[in-house]
Design a protein around this ligand. Sequence first.
Ligand code: HEC
Ligand code: HEC
Length: 635
Amino acid sequence: MTGNSYFFVVAWLVCNLARSIDPQPAQDVLPLFNTTTKLKPAITQMRDDAIITRIGDRVRDRHAREAEFKAYDHYLSFYWQERTFSIEIVDRVAQGGNDITINITSLTPLNTPNFRCFFRGINTVAEYHHNAIAKEVAPNQYSTTIQHNPLKGRALQRGDFMEFEFSSFLAKPQNGRTAYYGTALLYVIGRGIVPWQGEGEKLHSVPLPEEAWLGGETTLPYQYSNEPQERFKQMAGNISPQNVQTFMLGRRLHHTDFGNGSHSDQPNPPHPSHAEKLGPGFVQRSCIACHVNNGRALPPAVATPMYQTVIKVGHDPFGAPHVQLGSALQPQSTHGPAEATAMIRGYQTVTGKFADGTTYSLKSPRYSFQNIAPQYFSVRLTPPLVGLGLLEAISESEILAHTDPTDIDGDGISGRAQIVLDPETGDLRLGRFGYKAGQARLRHQIAGALNNDMGVTTLVFPNLDGATDLEAPQPEIKNADLANLTHYISTLGVSARRDLKDPQAVRGKSLFTKAGCVQCHLPKIVTGPYHPLAELRNQIIHPYTDLLLHDMGEGLADNLGEHTASGAEWRTTPLWSLGLTPGVSGGEAYLHDGRAASLEEAILWHGGEAAAAQQAFRQFPQADRLALVRFLKSL
Ligand code: HEC
Ligand code: HEC
């Protein structure tokens, strides 16, 4: 055993002792939401004469099916300025009537707004049967009514598929261009908006089967515009009119450099009111600089500084702040030298064998520090930002129902709830976010990122990391801005599962169950009824996580605990959108520190409570191992 791993084993034991004396019973956590939570309006409303659906939309450059232009899912300049809409569908056919009225509300006057429905695809891949100019009925309000299904040549009926696209032409925009297209949405008469896939040569839209709706109704339609890097940046498929503009304002902050105020996508103008907030100590200058395309980051090359990694540090294995460094390392500084920097010094190779005799090798990173070397630290590579609002909406009772802290059922898998103190109210909460579930709600996670990663203060964390002043200065970011950023992250859409009929992926799905992966990576959860955002309430989702902490063994352990988690415990990582990683991040890196360069490596690192599942995977013949990985790639 090398000195290094001896040290890790000792630290691991210390942390596990710490956890066994943890006194807080999980049942005492205060739910984030309950019957008194103020709910934003529902997306659909039942009336005697109609079902009404209200949804938000944004401008697009080109159309959904134009792979050659790669210009549908990206965001146009000035996207936050006057360029969102709300669409209200008054479906009287659903209640026995014979027409559907579409009402559109814009933020600025429009010029001949064009509502097109019933996709046909003649000559162009963006051609519809029905083309209407919506009539102005009040300032910034437009309306049109449909009675006929031109695809079928008859009156509208319940169950008809009505794809539509609303093209807005801004009469006098403050900035940027005037003419845009909108989102291609599929409305099923009598049912609502559904995520769709294209069928046949023309990609006629048909609803995706519900098993593909990984994020419930937030699920995005399949993408046909050849922009794989844009997949994690889309608004939820069911974004409400109340949140669509908020999403854009939050997105702008997410892309803002808090040093010079610039926007990451040119030629968007800078956000001057958010310049000069960075630092003095920081890891990165903007959210998007770490969360590349809202996806995960890739680990830096050996011996280069780590600027997309958060290194939590401590004075002891239980997570008390480090005397000089605070609770996280800030390797960059706006004024003078940084407090310390860290690098991957190299990798230690670990080898093993599958049951069929094939050998494999894994690599475990070793770190070096400059200036100050903390004894207790935890290295975390930037994770993707998919579906997090839905995870916040799962009720505490649902998560706690899966805990088995003393392994009463004797399956070798315990699963403990992380318990944290709410930084705003002081209540005990269930931890959900971060690799050790150290934050209870997205607002806290984001305020923590602003503080530790960028040196920007908020009402939630008014003192910078390591600061000892008792009197908190004025927060640098207003509460309204933090709320916009939180809404933005909460309402990012989840991509649909792909390859539903691929025989290898289908077989892989049953092997995922057979190997016991489902015991932690839960395939199905229903979100609670009390989240303020309608998009997230009562959704059937497939996140493949239980949000619980599991002891993953010595191989993955570090030596720094966080709240009630030991160095060996990690929150089960959600697996939705896993297969989109290469397209979004331009490469692959899995697990908390990005050490696994492939999904197979990630599985082989599983130990501790997941040892039996790892063992089952190693027993599989190669064809089964490939099938299981194929299934993960369909997520
Ligand atoms: C220095 C790189 C970096 C920056 C900058 C950064 N993040 Fe993160 N982000 C991370 C890492 C690393 C984690 C995992 C943290 C942990 O385990 O505690 C994370 C976690 C998160 C999570 C929780 C993800 C999950 O699965 O639980 C959210 C949400 C998030 N970040 C949003 C943001 C937002 C919004 C910003 C900008 C205000 C931001 N981040 C800035 C690196 C970064
Ligand atoms: C005992 C609970 C448990 C079981 C069983 C389990 N996992 Fe995990 N899984 C985790 C935890 C916890 C992590 C996070 C570990 C880390 O980051 O160090 C994880 C991480 C992963 C990751 C990496 C995801 C990412 O985005 O980095 C993959 C892939 C994965 N698991 C697949 C599987 C498969 C396949 C199986 C079955 C062979 C399985 N897991 C069984 C708990 C479990």
